[in-house]
Design a protein around this ligand. Structure first.
Ligand code: ADP
Length: 256
């Protein structure tokens, strides 16, 4: 891993290389009169153990930033580095491998495959990455166990509640020691308790050394982050932080 001189480390922090770096990233959709500058030169660096919340109005570029950070889309210009490796120079196959191995996605619709059980949804990416089926199944069951879903391992997605499906999607994102976790409006239409649970899980993954980037409208979720980056019209306009901290949310009206 490499460090860059740009990334100042506070004196009391353990110095670690950034897990994710965006350098002058732009994204233009369409061309001519329909051209949209979804990202207009974004710099962002997220270290291991750190959680960054991206906030901004609808259409400001939050989802685009996450999909580009996760190599699901290519930037128009600029560079994305994951664990010090530039995505621009990678073959499509290497990028796919890197996604399976290092990046966990918690996106709004959960994207569980309906024909696979909870455990199979989690073990599939591990198997695709070359892990033996039995080992992958063991890891999947451990991950489900850790999220209180051991007894639902053999259930299909349509037999699970919204909250349970979400936990399966999170287990899939966290399994295999992924280093970069990307969450787009992870609370979605779920209640505040479920949203808080997602944040707890992401935080504990960060404690284990992952870096997390979370796009949200919800200031209560953003308060769990170490840092909040505000995006407007595709530009990161302000990098505030640290946020208030989760303990500020533990008021009487927040269920525990
Ligand atoms: P946010 O997540 O903050 O709501 P998005 O990243 O989804 O914002 O969108 C940023 C801008 O890019 C918007 O103007 C949106 O309409 C546009 N956009 C996003 N994805 C596409 C796409 N695939 N094709 C064309 N325009 C897009």
């Amino acid at each position: 891993m490499t460090t860059t001189s740009m990334d100042a480390v506070p004196a009391d922090a353990v110095p670690t290389a950034p897990v994710l770096e965006l350098r002058a990233v732009t994204k233009v959709y369409g061309s001519g009169p329909t051209e949209v500058h979804a990202l207009a030169g974004v710099d962002l660096s997220v270290r291991a153990g750190e959680m960054v919340a991206i906030m901004g109005p609808s259409g400001s570029g939050k989802s685009t930033l996450l999909t580009i950070a996760g190599s699901l889309e290519q930037p128009t210009s600029g560079d994305v580095l994951v664990e010090g490796t530039s995505l621009a120079g990678m073959s499509a196959a290497d990028r796919a491998r890197m996604r399976r191995r290092h990046i966990g996605y918690v996106f709004q619709d959960f994207n569980l495959l309906p024909g696979l059980t909870a455990a199979e949804n989690i073990s599939l990416p591990l198997e695709l990455d070359g892990l033996k089926a039995r080992k992958a199944a063991e890891s999947a069951r451990r991950a489900l166990d850790g999220l209180g879903l051991a007894d639902r391992a053999d259930s299909f997605p349509d037999e699970l509640s919204g909250g349970q499906r979400q936990r399966v999607a999170i287990a899939r994102a966290l399994v295999g020691q992924r280093r970069l976790l990307l969450a787009d409006e992870p609370s979605g239409s779920l209640d505040s308790q479920a949203g808080e649970n997602v944040m707890r899980l992401l935080r504990s993954a960060c404690k284990e050394g992952a870096a997390a980037v979370l796009a949200t409208h919800d200031a209560q979720l953003a308060a769990w982050a170490d840092r909040v980056v505000f995006v407007r019209d595709g530009v990161a306009v302000d990098q505030a932080g640290p946020a208030a901290g989760p303990e500020s949310l533990l008021t009487a009206d927040v269920p525990r």
